[in-house]
Design a protein around this ligand. Structure first.
Ligand code: URP
Ligand code: ZN
Ligand code: ZN
Ligand code: ZN
Length: 464
């Protein structure tokens, strides 16, 4: 048999094993794993590692972010950065603007993404209103169309839901077979600390971190898992930043609640001290939950090593420092409250984990594949993705495990004007990204036409 493409010479990684074999690709799918395969195109991958293409199940693109504030990425730039960082699928959120229904929001995001994407995309829904149309009509219709996950927020004024509202949403998720993702931080406690900080003249970026301390996340994590227990649904706790929140997750699991957990690069590499950098530079590290300290980093590492985390995502949420917190941004300079929350990271997520995890001997290649691709596909119902296995989409990333790079804004492809990892040294870098059999990144640069599609998902297994 003559395959369209054969990858030769790579060590091929799945979430369960690694073997030296060839990968035969036909019509965008993995058609064979073996030896002496013949192909029209041969990719010589001697010395490289073939991993399932990264799936980043937590990214924000083109979301409404407050008056006069625009996100730094559209779908073209975000997926360009994603592909250059070794990803083949990203999962952004649909957030309704004021006055828009969830269904209208989805239509507008699909239109924005159409024809622009270098990777595949698959949307989550954000539920910020529990009106009868959202709960009774839009959610059931959209879940049936394959948007089988939704996020609710316990924080952010204007977006947060009350516990009663979260239970209503979880009940719809239970009936329709969707997975609920929760942003767990206690907004009332944050508001108390934020007001107090401002009254005392503490307006600099570091007070963002100080007004969202660990207990604020720990308590909300306990509440989120309890609400899931009451509603009888599985739950994904996103962007877990510390050991105490992870303990709440473990306790809920011990009670029999199905709790998935996500963490992100910022919680293993950055600290609240980054928000305390001179001038107003600290604004570049403002995200929620905030980065903590080295003890909490160690707790997150322990969780990763013990298998307590299911997925490792970026929470890419890109802004331009100059626009949102630069010297001409008086709102942000008046108080940390006005700095939009979020940092860019879709391009750097995989190299950071590869280097800090595999490179430093804390993680096997197989665990890396599980945390960055396979588990995302399984948990969120991306049935054709997440593994180098016969019949799956040929979504593959080739890594040079020996390549050393210093992360720097000049060489990244996102729309932000900075990276929080400026100067961070890594060993291991993705050198080729293949989406459904076609190369979309080569030697660090985007390649080919934007052929990414929106992917409908099955109902997550755990909700059945
Ligand atoms: O600060 C963050 N994480 N911004 C993105 C929105 C969210 O909460 O995930
Ligand atoms: Zn969040
Ligand atoms: Zn997020
Ligand atoms: Zn480039």
């Amino acid at each position: 048999m003559l395959f369209d493409t054969v990858i030769r010479g790579a060590r091929v990684v799945s979430s369960s094993e690694t073997s030296l074999c060839e990968v035969g690709i036909s019509e965008g799918r993995i058609a064979a794993l073996g030896t002496d395969l013949e192909g029209v195109e041969i990719i010589d991958a001697e010395g490289l590692i073939a991993m399932p293409g990264g799936i980043d199940s937590h990214v924000h693109i083109s979301q409404p972010s407050g008056p006069g504030i625009e996100m730094a990425d559209d779908f073209a730039s975000a997926t360009r950065a994603a592909a250059c960082g070794g990803n083949t699928t990203i999962m952004p959120f649909c957030l309704p603007e004021d006055g828009q229904t969830l269904r209208e929001a989805v239509a507008s995001y699909l239109a924005k993404a159409d024809g622009q994407c270098l990777t595949d995309v698959s949307f989550h829904l954000i539920v910020n209103s529990v009106d009868p149309v959202t709960l009774g009509q839009d959610l059931p219709a959209l879940i049936a169309q394959g948007m089988t996950s939704l996020k609710v927020f316990m924080t952010y004024q204007g977006m947060r839901l009350t516990d009663a509202e979260i239970l209503q949403v979880m009940d719809v998720a239970r009936q329709q077979g969707a997975l609920t993702m929760v942003h767990a931080e206690n907004e009332d406690a944050i508001e108390f600390l934020r007001d107090k900080a401002e009254r005392n003249g503490h307006i600099q970026p570091v007070h963002h971190a100080r007004s969202r301390p660990v207990p604020v996340e720990r308590e909300a994590t306990h509440r989120a898992t309890t609400l899931a227990e009451v509603a009888g649904v599985p739950v994904m706790i996103v962007h877990v930043s510390n050991g105490a929140a992870l303990e709440e997750i473990q306790r809920a699991r011990a009670r029999g609640v199905r709790v998935f957990a996500e963490t992100c690069p910022q919680y293993i590499t950055l600290t609240a001290d980054d928000l305390d950098r001179a001038g107003f530079e600290g604004a570049k590290w403002v995200c929620s939950p905030p980065p903590r300290d080295t003890d909490e980093q160690a707790a997150i590492w322990a969780g990763l090593e013990q298998g307590a985390f299911d997925v490792f995502s970026s929470d890419h949420c890109p802004f331009r420092f100059e626009d949102t917190a630069g010297k001409d941004a008086p709102g942000a300079r008046a108080s940390f409250r006005n700095i939009p929350n979020g940092i860019p990271g879709v391009e750097t997520r995989l190299p950071i984990l590869f280097s800090e995890g595999i490179g430093k001997g804390r993680m096997s290649l197989e665990t890396f594949a599980a945390l960055t691709a396979t588990n995302h596909a399984r948990i969120y119902g991306l049935d054709d993705k997440g593994a180098i296995a016969v019949g799956k989409d040929a979504d593959i990333v080739l890594w040079d495990p020996a390549m050393t790079r210093t992360i720097t804004q000049d060489e990244l492809h996102h729309g932000s004007d900075y990276t929080p990892w400026e100067g961070f040294e890594v060993t291991g870098w993705p050198v080729r990204t293949i989406l459904r059999g076609k190369t979309v990144m080569l030697d660090g640069h985007p390649a080919g036409d934007p052929r990414g599609m929106h992917v409908a998902r099955s109902k997550p297994e755990v909700t059945a």
